[in-house]
Design a protein around this ligand. Structure first.
Ligand SMILES: Cc1cc2nc3c(=O)[nH]c(=O)nc-3n(C[C@H](O)[C@H](O)[C@H](O)COP(=O)(O)OP(=O)(O)OC[C@H]3O[C@@H](n4cnc5c(N)ncnc54)[C@H](O)[C@@H]3O)c2cc1C
Length: 416
């Protein structure tokens, strides 16, 4: 262990890599550690949407009310991997408590207001600073509805978006079909977000951030973190399989696996894998340029570099379970309902694990009872969106700045 101590960021997904960049810009010597190549886990295959319109966290009463119907439907937007059910019950109970509590829902709304405002600024700044412009498109985004009832069920969220200053336009089916040619005739409504932005390759975003990080003097180390050296309430090193790295400070950004590391440090991160799938299709007959989401079906259709990405839906599962590929088949069926005639041959399919805490708020900031450990995990459906904001917030806290009060709701110590 001869090298000088640096800030060690564990996890080179989009959150860890963006955090490493922010810390580097703040003047720290930073080492990014991952057991795999940067960007190959959940950050690889998401829908690519910078979802700053997402201001109403999923832990809320309306999600709970819809749960029984959703769970009865094997092809619905949410399902449970049944063999995992016993191990998921404690998480589900915590989720229900958070969703039923008006105080917890308010914390979610307030913290997401702050986080999304920060995300909006942070991505624009990072795209500029890291030269990522060719990987992003500002073409807006369109949510589409197959019935008036389904459109009406999003009224609360739209009210909140209006209050937070998010611009959108409610459109009829014909206007939706102009915005996204090929859309089925049965779509009755749309909500168009003119400022929506997406990436055409989420993996390349992480790879490019990691490359810039290394080019600007950051160190990238391949290795699985298995333990920590401690001196009282400070972490002094990180133990890999056959080496040890000295640590000035530590950031845990290991996605779904973060709980395994926090346990070693004496605090809880009750994360589950909210699994989602994607299918890449050759770009046949695609005449639209913006992400389209049939809101009630819980997925996105995003035009990307290689073709059309159909990504989303939720399958709650314990870690390390085999994929349920019928969920990927389902995505293709959904696509054919919403865009009959769009999309060519299947190019690839993928499964990813959204790292989700039961209150659906991420853990961002200083770890409990430890002087030099910070957290950035639990970003569930919006990790791409919140990655750069997370990095900036952690960098500011490391400089001694207090986080905004609304972000106390994202305190990593809240699960004990
Ligand atoms: C189908 C789907 C669609 C999505 N669409 C969107 C979207 O449109 N917009 C959006 O904002 N979000 C979206 N998301 C969510 C987003 O992809 C995730 O929130 C985000 O990728 C999480 O990033 P992360 O860096 O926390 O985790 P990961 O990308 O999983 O990275 C964690 C890293 O930690 C490493 N690691 C773990 N343990 C260790 C260890 N002990 N030692 C060393 N390294 C370790 C892993 O190898 C991995 O590289 C989607 C997710 C899915 C599944």
């Amino acid at each position: 262990m001869n090298e000088p101590a640096s800030v060690l960021v564990v996890g080179a997904g989009v959150v860890g890599t963006a955090t490493a960049r922010a810390l580097q810009r703040a003047g720290h010597a930073v080492t990014l550690v991952d057991s795999a190549e940067p960007g190959r886990a959940t950050s690889y295959g998401n829908a690519g949407f910078i979802a700053i319109d997402h201001v109403l966290p999923l832990a809320r009463p309306s999600t709970l009310r819809r749960l029984p119907k959703m769970l009865m439907d094997r092809d619905g937007p949410l399902t449970v991997h049944l063999p995992s059910l016993p191990s998921l019950l404690p998480w589900m109970a915590r989720f229900a408590l958070a969703a039923y509590s008006a105080a917890e829902v308010k914390k979610g709304v307030d913290s997401f207001g702050t986080l999304m405002a920060e995300a909006n600024i942070a991505w624009k700044a990072e795209i500029q600073a890291s030269g990522l412009g060719e990987l992003f498109r500002s073409k807006g985004a369109l949510y589409v509805y197959e019935s008036e009832e389904s459109f009406a069920s999003g009224a609360d969220e739209r009210e909140l978006q209006k209050a937070k200053g998010t611009e959108f336009e409610v459109v009829d089916g014909n206007r939706a079909r102009e915005l996204a040619p090929g859309l089925s005739a049965h779509i009755v409504r749309g909500v168009y977000y003119p400022h929506g932005m997406h990436t055409t390759n989420p993996y390349r975003v992480v790879a490019a951030l990691a490359e810039r990080f290394a080019a600007d003097g950051g160190t990238v180390v391949r290795g699985r973190v298995r333990g920590f050296g401690r001196d009282g309430n400070r972490v002094t090193s990180v133990q890999l399989t056959d080496s040890e790295l000295p640590a000035k400070a530590l950031v845990i950004a290991a996605g779904r696996a973060s709980g395994e590391l926090t346990r070693l440090l004496g605090f809880n991160a009750p994360l589950v894998a909210e699994r989602g799938y994607h299918v890449m299709l050759a770009p046949d007959n695609v005449r639209f340029e913006l992400p389209v989401s049939p809101a009630a079906r819980g997925f996105f259709i995003t035009p990307m570099e290689e073709g059309l990405r159909v990504a989303g839906t939720v399958e709650l599962a314990a870690p390390h379970q085999p994929p349920s590929w019928h969920r990927a088949d389902l995505l293709v069926r959904h696509l054919k309902d919403i865009f009959p005639g769009v999309g060519g041959a299947e190019l690839s399919r993928w499964i990813g694990e959204r790292p989700s805490l039961p209150d659906f708020r991420p853990a961002i900031g200083r770890a409990p009872r430890l002087a030099n450990v910070y957290c950035g995990y639990g970003h569930q459906h919006v990790g791409l969106t919140l990655a750069t904001a997370t990095g900036r917030l952690i960098a500011r806290q490391m400089e001694g700045e207090e986080l905004p009060e609304t972000l106390l709701a994202c305190d990593p110590g809240r699960f004990g």
